[in-house]
Ligand binder design. Structure first.
Ligand SMILES: [Zn+2]
Length: 222
């Protein structure tokens, strides 16, 4: 199990944990999360004191998974509480990240229209369109985070030599890089690629007011 204290600027809210899971069922995932959250320990990145467990709160989503209880931890010194989220959940998301990943993959490989995906994944087409917009918004910071991860690897030269072109092409490139990073650094990781990205940096896959790491060229379309 790895634990990651994720903070950017003054938007310090969430901690991220990853969980080893033996089974496939939702109940096994939940139990595994509870066990991992119970046993989790970490230090405040501001004052370096040990976090204390600080109760739970109920969460209804993602669909097919909720309701379940999210563990909170608290720094007595800084008086800040944090949330321990399992890696298969993107912050604020109502669906498991594996569903979002499937949609992004299908869009960038032009495998299905958004309407078809809505049917296949049983997700509102407006939601899928929003996922695609968020991914484009975050493409720049995801790329930077992955390039930083690979900075000392010979694979980086392959990566930077590419050109982006359209958004689907750029997205395929990013997905390829995620796969390479994951194989290089976390070959035993059992969840989907987006879960791996969550662990790398919890802020990469969601877009929320108040988070200031937007890609400056996110508005362009291709
Ligand atoms: Zn503290």
């Amino acid at each position: 199990m790895g634990s990651f204290n994720v903070s950017q600027g003054d938007f310090l809210i969430l901690l991220m944990i990853s969980i080893n899971v033996k089974g496939e069922s939702v109940n096994t995932l939940k139990k595994s999360y509870y066990r991992t959250a119970d046993n989790w320990s970490g230090f405040c990145d501001i004052c370096k004191r040990l976090f204390q467990h600080f109760g739970t709160y109920p969460r209804e989503t993602p669909r097919l998974f909720g309701p379940f209880y999210i563990q909170r931890v608290y720094c007595v010194n800084c008086k800040k509480s944090h949330t321990l989220l399992p890696c298969f959940i993107i912050p604020y998301a109502q669906h498991l990240d594996v569903v979002r990943e499937a949609a992004i993959v299908a869009i960038c490989f032009d495998a299905h229209t958004i309407e078809e995906l809505a049917e296949l994944l049983d997700v509102d087409p407006v939601t899928i369109a929003r996922w695609w917009r968020i991914f484009r918004t975050k493409a720049g910071v995801i790329t930077m985070a992955l390039a930083e991860k690979l900075a000392n690897s010979p694979q980086l030269s392959d990566w930077v030599s590419g050109t982006f072109g359209t958004w689907p092409r750029r997205t395929r490139k990013i997905l390829e890089l995620i796969g390479r990073c994951r194989a290089t650094f976390s070959s035993g990781f059992k969840f989907c690629d987006f879960a791996w990205v969550n662990i790398l940096n919890l802020y990469l896959l969601f877009d929320r007011k108040g988070v200031t790491d937007r890609d400056p060229d996110a508005e362009c379309t291709g």
